[in-house]
Design a protein around this ligand. Sequence first.
Ligand code: ADP
Ligand code: UDP
Length: 237
Amino acid sequence: MSKKLLYEGKAKIIYETENPDELLVYYKDDATAGNGAKKGTIVDKGIMNNKITTFFFDLLAKKGIEHHYLKVLSDREVLVRKLEIIPLEVVVRNIAAGSLAARLGLKEGTPMKCPIVELYYKNDDLNDPMINHYHIKAMEMASEAEIKTVEEAALRVNEILVDYLKTKDITLVDFKLEYGRDGNGKIILADEISPDNCRFWDSNTNEKLDKDRFRRDMGNVEDAYKEILKRLTGEVR
Ligand code: ADP
Ligand code: UDP
């Protein structure tokens, strides 16, 4: 398949394909934290995140949720629908951790009475600042109807994932999603769902099984990704 580099991000490389409606995504092992301030490699992360994302997207599709994955091409490569990405990081939180715990002075691990949705402007130069509906409409990133669609869709994803992950003894603390518009303006789930953009804690021990192990220099980073892959798919790496 002929491919032309479109964009290299922090974790993935995006290529155009012969089909203008499709992109090829290549998952790298590169890991960054603090908006690129900390850089490193997590061995085979790209392979594991592609497999984990495929697993979650298949699960969500069975529950009627449309996503951008079309066809896994190799361990690290997937063909996706080309979308016009809405420049928002849609974060859903069930338990206080990370920036929420810091900003509101909550002890990490405090359960929230209901899920929280937060919206961040996806802009590395600005360090992804948190924004609200007014900013999004004023800057013409999305309409009120689109924002509502995205928030409701993200909460639905949360319900499905929380319920499923419980059966695997994994607590879904929080996660980040991205959405895009297809050619008809329909909002579709994009990007990835993996330990890079979710906080997964072992339900029995609260051991962190996600990128926080890299962000916080906790060690056993690869093992955390392997453990998530194993609990979801049974695959032992
Ligand atoms: P970042 O851009 O934050 O460094 P990545 O390295 O993960 O992140 O790069 C992937 C890029 O591809 C992101 O900018 C993401 O918004 C974009 N993207 C994800 N899915 C699609 C899609 N279906 N169509 C177009 N762009 C996409
Ligand atoms: N997240 C992400 N990309 C970002 C920022 C956050 O995927 O650029 C995810 C992160 O993995 C976590 C959730 O969004 O699951 C909430 O992250 P938080 O705001 O606590 O940010 P952090 O302090 O981790 O940077």
